[in-house]
Design a protein around this ligand. Sequence first.
Ligand SMILES: *Cc1c(COP(=O)(O)O)cnc(C)c1O
Length: 403
Amino acid sequence: MVKINQNYMKLPGSYLFSTIGRKVREYEEKNPDVKIIRLGIGDVTLPIVPSVIDALHMAVDEMGRKETFRGYAPDLGYEFLREKIAEYDYRARGCQISADEIFISDGAKCDCGNIQEIFSTDSRIAVCDPVYPVYVDSNVMAGRTGMYDPGQQRFERVIYMTCIGETGFLPEIPGEVPDLIYLCFPNNPTGAVMKKDRLQEWVDYANRHGSVILYDAAYESFISDEDIPHSIYECDGARSCAIEFRSFSKTAGFTGLRLGFTVIPRELKAEGVSLWDLWARRHGTKYNGAPYIIQRAGEAVYSEEGRKQIRKQVSWYMDNAKIISEGLKRAGYEVSGGVNAPYIWMKTPGSMTSWEFFDYLLEDIHVVGTPGSGFGPHGEGYFRLTAFGSREDTIEAMERIGK
Ligand SMILES: *Cc1c(COP(=O)(O)O)cnc(C)c1O
């Protein structure tokens, strides 16, 4: 009889967003006249910008003509897109990344989840706590962790790097040396950013110990401060220890279009084997690429008009973030994030747990956010609000909280 992958049974089940949904639904049923404002959304809400829409239309028409029709895309993605990425995302920032080190995909979530495949199942992983759950869960499924301890809310064999207020929600170098280090900056859920000298310490550490850093830069475009690196390759030596993930989802509103990429430098090796070769092999075997139409849309993000339009969207979201940050601070809350990231991370008042504060906000103020404890035990006592709501709702939510 067929057997299942028992590793899946180790997953405690993610009740975070389903519990939020249920609580909101139940409250709405009992109080149909109340207007609930949702500031828990981790998805963009503004429509795709005009220059990208134009590129989409053109690409669709090309697919309908014999002369311009395209079938399977090249394994790594179309050169026209990879060249633009190399130029604008890397060379313009002084990073030596070439187009053939860029692997186009349909998003960063699958790349972050799949990358573990090219590493040994006995690799030790290190993750932040609180954390974006994909990094841990994908390693659980692959059998790289032990059992889940419900008391500790942690998996055995995983190195957790606690991110607390005293350290600006940044991880400290762990005592035990990990093989794979997952870092995400600007961070989801805390909105924390890492300055270049700090990131350089991680790069030096990884090079010294033969670890690989898996760097999720999905929120890179929300950075406005000068001393915050947009890419890990801004650090010396990162080419020999780091893989970087990027996404068009938050940058250009592509959550529904689907486009992202992974960068693996040619000289990155483990046990003398090129990781580029392994990932290329995996790509070739298990993946057939992002759609031509969407890659053309991605190309338009780098046009002069496209870049202008996208910058405007990002700064619109960041105006929301500012309204939330300032509103919360005025109301006396302890707040971080929201400056170089679309996430605002706030301390719950007094000794309220994350879920108690959730209930209070829902029932008394009719605002919905995300309990920090859903991202890991060190998220307990915190709460995440996002800048992706409408301007109207964002302002009204802060007015309600102010009262
Ligand atoms: C939204 C997000 C991504 C992007 O995922 P896509 O699959 O590209 O939509 C990656 N990492 C983090 C931490 C995110 O929050």
